[in-house]
Write a protein that binds this ligand. Sequence first.
Ligand code: GDP
Length: 311
Amino acid sequence: MKPQDIRNIAIIAHVDHGKTTLVDAMLKQSRIFRENQQVAERVMDSNDLERERGITILSKNTAITYNGVKINIVDTPGHADFGGEVERVMNMVDGVLLLVDSVEGPMPQTKFVLRHALQRGHKVIVVVNKIDRPNARPDYVVNTTFDLFVDLGASEEQADFPVIYTSALTGVSGLEPDQMTDNLVPLFDSILETLPAPQVEQEGPLQLQATLMGYDDYKGKIVIGRLNSGTIQKNQNVLRIDREGNQHSLKVAQVFTHQGLQRVEVEKAVAGDIVALTGLGDVGIGDTITDPENPQPLPPIKVEEPTLRVT
Ligand code: GDP
């Protein structure tokens, strides 16, 4: 796989606007497209899907393949309480889908995350969902979204966003509300065409920033990040540079990438992909994992202590 064949995206959505439904529809359809190409693949029934859905809570990331391109979808916290995490997720992705309900339009909580995405310079595709709703008002929603972009200081290029209309529930999409296709091809095509591939160095020395953390009772801390440069493989010797600049020589135990809703162990991952690694000891958010022969430390990142949400 080459970096050009990867898209790392985040979906920004207000709760209930249909993010889960859309990701499910994308997963199902990308599987169907692939099955048409490779007959060998097993059709997943809804039970499998349910089982996989359980795993998403742990993995939080999803990956689909469309036309030979792997689209990593990184979960984005929708709340301002997770400010630090939002910023970090925005550093891992190269583009964003802003999903808005065709009746409600953008909501205050989406504004906060969108601001980070725009500040980071990301291109945004606006997805107007639930277009099947009888009281849908797509023109109003697109205009309100445009005003929001302007308010948030979007560049001219960012404000010139493509719009895709969807009904995630039925898995249809279109470039205009009255020109819907019976699939999500217009959305998939827009992701491949509009959002850039990761700008990374395939040949360079290993460099990855521990961006998100997971924990497994058996494997210990799991580091999630985007491979900025180089490749990484099982049992590779790496150097971990922590926030204080201390260096730790370690060996990567396992390398995982994402496929569907699952984490899959791989021998090797390439620059641009989002990986999960085990065996890196007491690693912290912001640590750099790099090549011991040619260390490339990254500047430490801001890590906010989580604030307690009173509900
Ligand atoms: P999330 O909170 O953003 O993940 O939203 P969900 O995907 O859970 O969807 C919230 C509700 O909206 C559910 O009842 C969905 O069935 C419904 N929904 C999602 N997409 C659509 C759509 O395109 N049209 C309609 N009518 N309902 C939808």
